[in-house]
Design a protein around this ligand. Structure first.
Ligand SMILES: [Zn+2]
Length: 171
């Protein structure tokens, strides 16, 4: 198996490499348009509202995917990164060579794309890496400038257009 979902210590579940991956290799393709979507009201009544990972896909709709990617943990020193084609279509790539058995992690700061869930949501990070940022705000443009520079090309094109000014500063 390419990806293995299992317990990752205190973090709960995580995703682990089921084989070796080469640097820049595509590991996961996600297309959220393929899943059934729910309105916020429907989501609130859903029995798995709290136990599972929901993705916002725009226009007030949410999806429940059970896709392995939704179990990938954040790290401030990740080994994979996500490139968003659109808000709903993304690919995950290896940032370096990854050995079988290693936990896969990416930077959630790049996922925090737009204002839909910005309402002061801040993730406390305990990834334990040397460069841990401790607090990850739900806004790409509130990540440290080095992180913004590293990842702005991975943002979906609609966000790149909307935040043209912010992105210009990063170039
Ligand atoms: Zn961290």
């Amino acid at each position: 198996m390419k990806l293995i979902i299992k317990k990752a210590g205190k973090k709960g579940r995580g995703v682990f490499a089921g084989r070796n991956f080469k640097k820049w290799e595509k590991i996961i393709h996600v297309d959220l348009t393929k899943f059934k979507s729910y309105s916020k009201k429907e989501l609130e009544k859903h029995p798995q509202r709290k136990s599972e990972h929901w993705d916002y896909i725009g226009r007030g709709r949410y999806v429940l995917t059970f896709h392995p990617y939704s179990y990938i943990n954040h790290s401030c020193e990740p080994n994979i990164f996500v490139k968003h084609k659109t808000i709903t279509i993304s690919d995950f790539f290896a940032m370096r060579d990854i050995k079988k058995g290693k936990e896969l992690t990416y930077d959630y700061g790049v996922n925090a794309l737009d204002s839909f869930n910005k309402n002061k949501w801040i993730m406390k990070c305990k990834c334990g890496s040397k460069n841990c940022r401790k607090k990850i705000p739900a806004d790409f443009f509130k990540q440290p400038i080095t992180i913004q520079r590293k990842y702005y090309k991975c943002l979906p094109s609609s966000i790149k257009r909307k935040y043209r000014g912010e992105i210009k500063r990063l170039r």
